[in-house]
Design a protein around this ligand. Structure first.
Ligand code: F0G
Length: 455
């Protein structure tokens, strides 16, 4: 059959509150045109993030009741540890309350001023955690990964020549190399197995550990299966095991590919680093057998890790993201191509060429989608990245709006509705106007700044 169905039935539902355009005009104005300032019950389709927004399965909810809340040595920790090690056989598995806590602890342990940490593209929290130690975060994604329209099967790959040069010139300053799978900041694009292997070879030659920022590891494995020679018949769990066999450690946000609403971990083989990491963990997260989590959270992760590598799930997951991306492309809406795993990234600069970057075309599109259909996406452009440390402003490299799709939450008719909203916005694209920022904090302004429409 060519129809790929959601491989689940719905047992429990959350109502969506319908709003009218008139109501949304008042709501967005009251939020100073900042979508982060809306109440989620005033949103019809929430594509702000795929992080922590997954629907858990009946078996995960049953697992929640099995959670053992002992302070130390809980069986829930042991089930969590076994589930992680089944796919990612690292010596030490250290639970944290979410991905950035794992990043913070890892960077605290390994990085210091003068160091440099390369990645394909660091996610913002990873970059911020590297920089807060005084080290430098460097992005070395391949050229194709910087061009929204360029088709390449593995646009998340790291440029191994640049990596080799960096390690040859400054190897002593590089405590570890990171690889983000899939590459979220580059459009949710996958990294190939041969690239992971080549990065590992490069690291090994310089005695440098390789760590995976593995939030979306299962989606990455599915792309390897579909796009890379030799993997068509390999089961997903085996592809995952091979990916991690080249790594010396990982950071993880369980809010993505562990199908839970909170959680994460740090895993590694190095005994000394692990000892320091556990000491850090105790300071701010908790005892090493629960990190910042409840026993019930650890149970839900253990079960989520089994469900995420199910091939029927992954086929549906990637097909549903592609379904939205393909419809937008056919309509003429420019998007980052090929479509990534967890989100569709609309190229607002190409869609709205009449709005200059510093009048925020991405913000304009994001607000138009909310007004027209109650859809909430996320600007990833000059609002997020345009402000410089000297207080000035420079346009970002791209003006994107990310439509991130929560796992197992929306059905095809929700996505058909989103497509219809886009048709309306696309028709009226010449009428969309830019925005100005009227109030902003000194850092991370996109979360709280106030806007006003121009013209
Ligand atoms: N690494 C990547 C690649 C991520 O996408 C995220 C989070 C993190 C690390 C941090 O994990 O949120 O659990 O602390 N990404 C979310 C997003 C916020 O919307 O893309 P966290």
């Amino acid at each position: 059959m060519k129809t790929i169905i959601e491989p689940f039935r719905i047992k429990s539902v959350e109502p969506i509150r319908m709003t009218t355009r008139e109501e949304r005009e008042d709501l967005i104005k009251a939020a100073n045109y900042n979508l982060f300032d809306l109440r989620s019950e005033d949103v019809i389709i929430d594509f702000l993030t795929d992080s922590g927004t997954s629907a858990m399965s009946a078996s995960q909810w049953a697992g929640v009741m099995q959670g053992d809340e002992s302070y130390a040595g809980s069986p829930s920790y042991h089930r969590f540890e076994a589930a992680v090690k089944d796919l990612m056989p690292f010596e030490h598995v250290i639970p944290t309350h979410q991905g950035r806590a794992a990043e913070r602890i890892l960077m605290e342990v390994v990085a210091s001023p003068g160091d440099v940490i390369p990645s394909n593209t660091h996610f913002d929290t990873t970059r911020a955690n590297v920089e807060s130690t005084g080290a430098e975060a460097v992005d070395l994604v391949i050229e194709a990964g910087r061009d929204p329209q360029r088709i390449h099967p593995f646009k998340g790959n790291i440029d191994t020549e640049k990596l080799e040069t960096l390690l040859s010139e400054r190897g002593d300053d590089v405590p570890l190399v990171m690889l983000t799978v899939t590459n979220n900041s580059g459009g949710g694009q996958p990294v190939s197995m041969s690239n992971i292997k080549a990065a590992k070879a490069c690291c090994e030659a310089h005695n440098t550990p390789l760590y995976l920022d593995a939030c979306r590891f299962a989606e990455n494995a599915y792309f390897i299966k579909k796009r890379e020679d030799g993997y068509a018949d390999v089961p997903i769990p085996d592809i995952v095991r091979e990916m991690f066999s080249y790594a010396d450690g990982m950071t993880m946000s369980a809010k993505k590919d562990a199908l839970v609403n909170i959680g994460g971990w740090l895993a590694m083989n190095d005994d000394t680093w692990a000892m320091h990491a556990r000491n850090q963990l105790i300071l701010t997260e908790g005892f090493p057998t629960y990190g910042g989590l409840a026993g019930r959270d650890l149970e839900a992760i253990a079960l989520g890790l089994k469900e995420i590598v199910d091939e029927d799930y992954l086929e549906y997951r990637i097909a549903s993201t592609r379904y939205l991306g393909t419809a937008l492309t056919e309509m003429g809406v420019p998007i980052v191509r090929p479509v990534g795993g967890h989100a569709v990234y609309v190229d607002a600069r190409a869609l709205l060429p009449h709005i200059p970057p510093l009048e925020y075309p991405g913000q304009s599109l994001a607000v138009a989608l909310y007004l027209t259909g109650g859809i909430r996406g996320c600007e990833i452009g000059s609002v997020m990245f345009g402000r410089q440390s000297d207080g000035g402003e420079t346009p970002a490299a791209m003006e994107l709006v990310r439509l991130a799709i929560p796992r197992r939450v929306y059905t095809q008719s929700h996505v058909d509705y989103v497509i219809e909203v886009f048709e309306d916005v696309y028709e009226r694209r010449d009428e969309l106007r830019g925005y100005t920022i009227t109030e902003e904090p000194p850092q991370l302004r996109h979360f709280t700044c106030h806007f006003e429409p121009l013209g």
